[in-house]
Ligand binder design. Structure first.
Ligand code: DAH
Length: 343
């Protein structure tokens, strides 16, 4: 029947209609879906269709309408995504920023980088090592006896199903890594993350950062260590800073000491930080124990050295007046945005 052929022709026409851009799509829309579209009058032809075929005719015209709608939708979506990729194509990375936040350094990185800078100035080189360590480098080489409490499951994170592999509990493990692979003179600092099985609170966390220092050469003395640490303290806390070394104990150094810097008790903050004493505990240090040198195949009759380990979080918290250590590990942008992007 001729009227039916007319609808078939219309469907073919809709399918063949060229749509290559937004302009053509709009023309298509007006032509087939607009208020004066060319499908509507075809609906009107139904009056000339015999009753028994009216339903069939109606369905056919609907098919034409659906074909037009579907074609329109498909082209609309693909034009949209093409628009997006066009935008990327014309993205120019050399244009100035549009004022959005450019990111910032984490307070721990700021303090750590500053410490690295200070030691690099006097010839220390950065040595970075693994966080998953073996028991030998973390404990045995560092002269920590088998029954030392630090080796306990309660204090150290061991890897599942292993009593030998662990998350390093201190950056001192890097000392063993370096001494077994390099010949003296050795002058390194090892910044990095360490782990301990501690209950998390405002003051302690199961992860934190340290900067380890190691200097091995012929005739290295305790006085050399003291001078180096005084230089460090003055760079970090100001030219007039005084330090004191208190006798202490670490398995890997003999003698061992803890270093405090004088902050005074002039302000409420320094009083609180130093628990009223004026002295802030900053690091542990000492002369490398001859056993450690022997463990790493370095002759203690020929070489001596000093080592130190600095905790980063406490310094960062003091410098930026952060009251809760957990803030340093939560990655809350409201917190992080307050810091600078400088190195
Ligand atoms: N490893 C010690 C700790 O985590 C810190 C330390 C003390 C490192 C004395 C040293 C050192 O190199 O000589 O508590």
């Amino acid at each position: 029947m001729e009227i039916f052929d007319q609808v078939d022709k219309l469907i073919e026409e809709i399918k063949a209609y060229p749509v290559n851009n937004a302009e053509e799509l709009e023309k298509f829309r007006i032509q087939y879906l607009g208020t004066k579209n060319s499908i509507k009058p075809v609906f009107g032809l139904i009056k000339d269709v015999p009753n028994e075929r009216k339903k069939e005719f109606g369905q056919k015209v609907n098919e034409a309408k659906q074909t037009a709608e579907e074609k329109f939708r498909n082209h609309q979506t693909s034009l949209k995504s093409a628009g997006r990729s066009d935008k990327y194509k014309t993205f120019d990375p050399s244009l100035p920023m549009d004022g959005e936040w450019e990111g910032s350094r984490h307070p721990v990185s700021l303090v750590m980088n500053r410490m690295i800078q200070v030691f690099e100035k006097i010839g220390f080189e950065v040595a970075e090592e693994r966080e998953i360590e073996d028991d030998w480098h973390n404990f045995t080489a560092m002269n920590t006896p088998e029954d030392h409490p630090a080796r306990d499951m309660q204090d150290t994170f061991y890897l599942k199903g292993s009593d030998k592999m662990l998350l390093r509990t201190h950056t001192s493990s890097v000392q063993a890594r370096v001494m077994t692979t390099q010949k003296p003179p050795i002058r390194i600092i090892a910044p990095g993350r360490v782990y301990r099985n501690e209950t998390i609170s405002a003051r302690s966390h199961c992860q934190f950062h340290q900067v380890e220092g190691l200097y091995i050469d012929k005739n290295v003395s305790f006085a050399d260590m003291k001078q180096t640490l005084l230089y460090f303290a003055r760079e970090l806390y100001g030219a007039k800073t005084e330090i004191r070394l208190r006798p202490s104990f670490f398995p890997f150094t003999e003698p061992s000491a803890e270093m405090d810097v004088w902050l005074g008790t002039d302000t409420e903050a320094t009083k609180r930080l130093t628990k009223g004493t004026g002295w802030l505990e900053v690091l542990g240090c000492g002369m490398v124990d001859p056993n450690v040198l022997k463990n790493c195949d370095i002759d203690p009759e020929v070489y001596s050295g000093f080592a130190f380990g600095i905790g980063i979080e406490r310094s960062a918290m003091q410098k930026f007046e952060i009251k809760d250590i957990r803030l340093l590990f939560e990655n809350d942008l409201r917190f992080l945005k307050q810091f600078s992007s400088a190195t």
